[in-house]
Each structure stands twice: as structure tokens, then as C-alpha cells.
Design a protein around this ligand. Structure first.
Ligand code: SAJ
Length: 424
């Protein structure tokens, strides 16, 4: 099978690096996005997101004529769908969030008119079990002149597979090539075709399975990490009660050859680990008890930190009776969803900073070395550098950025360290 022209639908954190990786192997890549600004930026050889080494790859791909962006899919030999799969929060309190497949459906509707016999369609977006079959159903509805795997099995005109992305933001360009890849075809021929396509640039192993298992494997990886972090977060709250350093505790326990506990923090953020486990829970709520509890433990951690801050403010005011809450200054060290990135989507650190401002009424300063330009979400906060922030009455370490770890000494009189980086 020859894959010369590849159409990548969705040019975000996964689609754009993937498009650049194919283009780097001299494939003719058509990148599709509904966002005209993203399309124009890419066609200038620039990028609209932050990811190390992506700018160089995209610049080279566009300059050499191997990558072109547009707003509508064009005929190709393979189509990759890399659009968001957010969740819908339920109306009632405590309702289980459910996955929103509308972006996948819109992508299927947009590629259906240009499909031809022999094409391969791959769903890369993290999806609940059964989503690839749903996508195949939407394509079949739109193109009754073609046959699909759910109708014709191995003899289908169109091959369909789920190949979930598994790359870590901040390391995407490396992991895209080196990580093993799960290839879940709707039939064996679908898997083989998808495997051949990824071998264009993947140096890791391609592991063939079914579409449903591939969907569940991706959700399982992120749920595993979420459960492990929830365990660490629960330990941090227990240790606080019994006056033990959770950081030392985990360091010691991890010296056991079969124990590997992750690190606690202010909560779990981002658009993967904090979202994907719900895709399992929403399908199998009765069975997914541990996964659901882990989500709740991690989601409750910001509230726990906010309470700690409230208590610190109360202590401070008791010791300084001439002051009111409005006089208190609080420095938040870090607001991104994890270390050394500029991404503040679903960030527990930002949630905490906002709550302190609203609930406590104190002046909140933000130290965020990774955000250089002004950002709507940070309106109302005073941005400070590390040294200036030492003047605040209370310092809260919310993200373990390498710049903070280098310093290791925070001079604020009261310090709440949710990441365990301050030297004791
Ligand atoms: N976190 C902790 N403690 C830890 C590790 C992480 O509190 O020990 C927090 C982070 O601060 C952050 C959140 O968890 O708020 C998620 O960060 P992360 O680095 O664990 O993961 P993501 O969301 O950036 O990327 C994950 C990765 N999944 C796994 O490692 C299993 C990545 O490989 C996936 O491709 C990505 O989700 C995705 O797209 O699904």
C-alpha cells in the first residue's frame, strides 16, 4: 500500500506534530483545521502552540513544500483525525461527565465527501470504547457508495483504525518517534495498513490489536497515572494530619524494588489525565469504583490547598491584629497545569490562585516564568518575578518549575509548599 498524500484533521498539540513528522519523511501532507488563524500561521511556517522543536519541524516542512494547511479536507490516501474529545459536565451536582464526540463527528462529516476506495481513516483522538465504530458508522451513512469494515469486514473499500497518541506534552517531538504505538484496526487488514503508515516515522514498536482494545488501552494508561497520583495526594493529606513529610515518605517507600508512587501536588490538571478516566467511568459506573474515586480525590485537592491558605491567613491576622484580609499579600509560585510549560488549561494552580483572590480577598501575586505575554486568564493578578514575590506575607508553591527548584529557598514568612521543593 502506498501512502503518498496524508490528510491530518485537527492541527493542535497532536495533529500538528504528527503532520510535521510525516512531512519530515517527504510525504505530501495536507493539514486541516477550522481555525483560520492556525491555518495562516502554519502556512507562514510558524506555529500557534508551544512545544519544543515543533517550530523548526513545521518551518522546514512548509518551506520544502511538504506541508500545507487549509480549512477543508482534500483527497488523500490516509486521513488522521486528531481533534479534541472533551467531556460534558452533567447538569446535576455529582453527575458523571460524559464524552463529547461532536468534534469527531464533524471531522468524519468533513472527510466523507473526499473519501475514495482504498483509503485509510485513523482516529487518533483519545476516545471512549466504541468511538471508532461510531466514526465508521457516520462515514458509512455519508458514503453509501463505499463499503466499510463494519459491513464488508476484510474486503471493505475503506480501512479504519484507532491509533491513540501517547506523547507527553513538552516531549512530543521525541516521543512521537520513539514511543511504541498501539494500532487498533477494525479488521486485520485495517491494522496492517495503519501499521505501515506509522512505520513512515515511528521507531518504536507497532503493537496490533482491535479498535476497542486500543481505545481502552489509552484510557487505561491515563487512569493508571490518575489513580497513582490520587494515592500520592491522599498520602499527602494523611501525612499533614500526622506531621510527617510526605516527600520523604514517598522517597523512602519508593526505595522498595516493587513500589513506585508518583508525587502529590495541588491537584491534577491538563486535558488528558483529568478527563480520560471519566470516559471509563461514564460507560461502566458500577464497575469503575476505584477510577471514579481517584478522580474525586484528585479533584478535591485544590479545595484542600485553599483551606490551608485560609488557615494561614487566619493565623497571620491573629499575629497581626492591625491588619485585615485585604492587607494580606499572597504570592502564588506557578499557575500552569504542570512544570515547565505555559499551558494553563484545567490548571489546579490557577484555580487555587483565583479562589484565594475571590474567597480570601487578599492581594494575589503570580510568579510564572513560562508565560511571557499578557493572558486574559491572568487579568487581575499582579505578575511578579521570583525576587519581588519574596515580599508577600504568604508564599504558595503550586508548580515545580525548574526555575523554582533551582532557588529552593522561598523567603516568604509563611510558605505552603504543595510540590515539596522548598529546602527544609
Ligand atoms: N502530576 C502530579 N504528580 C505526578 C505527575 C503528574 O500531580 O507525579 C500532575 C501534573 O502536575 C499535571 C497532571 O498530573 O497537573 C498531568 O500531568 P502528566 O505529566 O502526568 O500528564 P499529561 O496530562 O501532560 O500527559 C498524559 C501522559 N500520559 C501518561 O503518562 C500515562 C501522556 O503520555 C499522554 O499522551 C497524555 O496524557 C495524553 O495526551 O493523553
Amino acid at each position: 500500500m502506498q501512502f503518498e498524500t496524508i490528510c491530518v484533521v485537527g492541527l493542535g498539540y497532536i495533529g500538528l506534530p504528527t503532520a510535521a513528522a510525516f512531512a519530515g519523511r517527504r510525504k505530501n501532507v495536507i493539514g486541516v483545521d477550522i481555525n483560520q488563524h492556525a491555518v495562516d500561521t502554519i502556512n507562514r511556517g510558524e506555529i500557534h502552540i508551544v512545544e519544543p522543536e515543533l517550530d523548526i519541524a513545521v518551518h522546514a516542512a512548509v518551506k520544502e513544500g511538504n506541508l500545507r494547511a487549509t480549512t477543508r479536507p482534500e483527497p488523500a490516501d490516509a486521513f488522521l483525525v486528531a481533534v479534541p474529545t472533551p467531556f460534558k459536565k452533567g447538569e446535576e451536582a455529582g453527575a458523571i461527565p460524559t464524552p463529547d464526540l461532536s468534534y469527531i463527528q464533524a471531522a468524519a462529516d468533513s472527510i466523507a465527501p473526499v473519501l475514495k476506495k482504498g483509503d485509510l481513516v485513523i482516529l487518533e483522538s483519545t476516545s471512549p470504547v466504541g468511538a471508532t465504530e461510531k466514526m465508521a458508522g457516520w462515514l458509512a451513512q455519508a458514503r453509501t457508495d463505499l463499503s466499510f469494515p463494519q459491513q464488508a469486514g476484510e474486503d471493505s473499500d475503506i480501512r479504519i483504525a484507532h491509533c491513540p497518541e501517547r506523547v507527553l506534552p513538552g516531549h512530543v517531538m521525541h516521543e512521537l518517534i520513539e514511543n511504541d504505538r498501539i494500532i487498533g484496526g477494525m479488521t486485520n487488514k485495517c491494522s496492517e495498513a495503519a501499521c505501515e503508515l506509522y512505520k513512515t516515522f515511528v521507531r518504536g514498536e507497532c503493537l496490533l490489536t482491535t479498535a476497542r482494545t486500543a481505545e481502552m488501552a489509552k484510557l487505561t494508561e491515563n487512569a493508571f497515572r490518575d489513580v497513582n497520583i490520587a494515592f500520592a495526594n491522599e498520602l499527602s493529606m494523611i501525612c499533614d494530619k500526622v506531621d510527617i513529610s510526605v516527600w520523604e515518605l514517598i522517597r523512602l517507600a519508593n526505595r522498595h524494588p516493587r513500589v513506585n508512587i508518583l508525587q502529590p501536588g495541588p491537584g491534577v490538571g491538563g486535558h488528558c489525565i483529568a478527563v480520560d478516566p471519566w470516559f471509563i467511568v461514564s460507560e461502566t459506573p458500577k464497575e469503575a469504583r476505584l477510577i471514579s474515586t481517584a478522580r474525586k480525590v484528585n479533584d478535591s485537592k485544590p479545595e484542600w490547598v485553599i483551606n490551608k491558605v485560609k488557615m494561614a491567613v487566619a493565623d497571620f491576622l491573629q499575629a497581626n491584629p492591625d491588619k485585615t484580609a485585604k492587607d494580606v499579600t499572597i504570592a502564588c509560585y506557578g499557575v500552569s497545569f504542570k512544570a515547565d510549560i505555559d499551558d494553563i488549561r484545567e490548571s489546579p494552580a490557577l484555580k487555587i490562585a483565583k479562589a484565594i483572590k475571590e474567597i480570601v480577598g487578599a492581594a494575589v501575586w503570580v510568579v510564572e516564568p513560562n508565560i511571557k505575554s499578557s493572558h486574559d486568564e491572568l487579568d487581575g493578578f499582579e505578575m511578579k518575578d521570583f525576587q519581588a514575590a519574596e515580599e508577600a506575607h504568604i508564599g504558595i508553591i503550586l508548580v515545580d518549575h525548574k526555575d523554582f527548584k533551582k532557588e529552593r529557598v522561598v523567603k516568604n514568612k509563611i510558605v505552603i509548599d504543595t510540590k515539596g521543593i522548598v529546602k527544609r
